[in-house]
Unconditional design. Structure first.
Length: 134
């Protein structure tokens, strides 16, 4: 059920030898992600439950799901980039059917994130799913 963009990340992770390289790749994905406009960093887009500050600007358009995001922590920006690859471009009706935990597990993220980071990822996924459900 994953998008082509997410499958590309899975393939990249398969070539990386250890978690340090994968961690660095996640950070690079975050660096490559477009910056979120400061005007969109408002309480309505802020995600509670994250150790760092996180904003998700979600905008389904014509039945297609899309969001942008930002964080004050580079690893979290990378995690947002991974979630963007997982969800962006899906029909809105399919967003709730994505088993994000299983998909992220394919990257080994479930075992290598701190409990605070894992809680933050769960909070971001919850916001994505709630918004898509309308």
């Amino acid at each position: 059920m994953a998008t082509e963009a997410f499958e590309a990340i899975v393939e990249d992770f398969d070539f990386l030898e250890d978690w340090e390289e994968r961690y660095a790749h996640v950070i690079e994905l975050g660096r490559a992600m477009p910056q979120l406009d400061e005007a969109l960093k408002v309480p309505a887009t802020k995600v509670d439950g994250c150790a760092s500050q996180v904003w998700l600007h979600i905008r389904p358009n014509d039945g297609v799901f899309h969001f942008d995001g930002d964080s004050d922590a580079m690893i979290v920006r990378g995690l947002i980039a991974v979630l963007r690859a997982l969800y962006n471009g899906l029909p809105v009706a399919q967003v709730g059917a994505v088993d994000a935990h299983a998909e992220l597990g394919r990257l080994g993220l479930n075992e290598h994130l701190s409990s605070q980071r894992s809680n933050g990822v769960r909070a971001m996924i919850a916001r994505i799913r709630e918004t898509a459900a309308g």
